[in-house]
Design a binder for this molecule. Sequence first.
Ligand code: PEP
Ligand code: MN
Length: 361
Amino acid sequence: MIIHMKKGFTPEQEQVVLDRIKARGFDYHIIHGATGIDVIGVLGDLSSVEESYFAEVSGVDKVVRISKSYKMVSREFSPRTHVVKIGESAIGEEEPVIMAGPCSIESREQLESISKYVHELTIPILRGGAYKPRTSPYSFQGMGLEGLKMLAEIRDRYGVKIVTEATGLHRHVTEEGKIEDKNVLENVIDYTDIIQVGTRNMKSYGFLQELGLLTKAKKTPILLKRGDASTLKDFLLAAEYIVSNGNPNVILCLRGIRTFEDAKFQRATADIGAIAVLKRESNLPVIFDPSHSTGYRDSVYPMSMAAIAAGADGLIIETHNDPSNALCDGEQSVTKEQLSMILEGTRKIRKVLPRPDYSSK
Ligand code: PEP
Ligand code: MN
């Protein structure tokens, strides 16, 4: 339920509303509007509460019930797109924001070489996986903390921002046979500017809650990828887990889904159509991953253009200095030249096709 206060409402009147919310055991979230009017979001199962319970308090303008199961991330809750700011970049505004880098950090030389050209192309956000959630336990698992430190070093050198995946708790057996936990999430929070939640973790609800709580104070942006077999409703509810636990800075990322299509042609089916749906349903920014959603380098440029035309707020692209020898996702990694073409195309598209305006609908 959303409570809109009247123009010129007093703090005492607002306090009466908050006391009523607390008296029924609900949680709330206050949005201080630019016009000086507060909007209060009441969270919980409000099916037994009448609108009049809040509407009768003086100072309250109107009470609107949110019909959707996702609340804080919905357009009903906030018709304006929630812009996520990272350094100079603002994700959710007219200009699409590009993030690029290798799937995985493989060595200092590899990261240096890729980040150098990513920086030359003036891409503001560098991606790179340090903890890799691989389908096979025998595949390269990433460089871990060492990779994270390298990524942070590059960030400081070039003044770019970084995005890397957090995979939760890792458990391993030491040489002495003891089970040891490494809290990867805490390491990632310490080093990165944007925390990526991968497709495999979108449904790890305990992890999403922990993430919301651990980033509640700093509000580190979270790039949440759609589960490869998740509905859009489940995706939005996963975002709601993070936002309702205290961090509003969630960026939704579409990365393709599983269909009957054979991986020989496309690793996943690009869910471009979902851009329009998410922009309509949610107040969160939406970006697109043309690499994982296709699986093949030649499809990355066309799908990037399609996503920007559909209104995506940005792209996250895998690129490699030596794609045929990449330890992870080489086939879908674009070269420097291809990346440069995508950037140029992105700018051209936004110039001729203004971003569809979903917020006023
Ligand atoms: C990645 O970004 O490298 C990755 C593993 O993505 P996803 O979770 O979408 O598969
Ligand atoms: Mn990858």
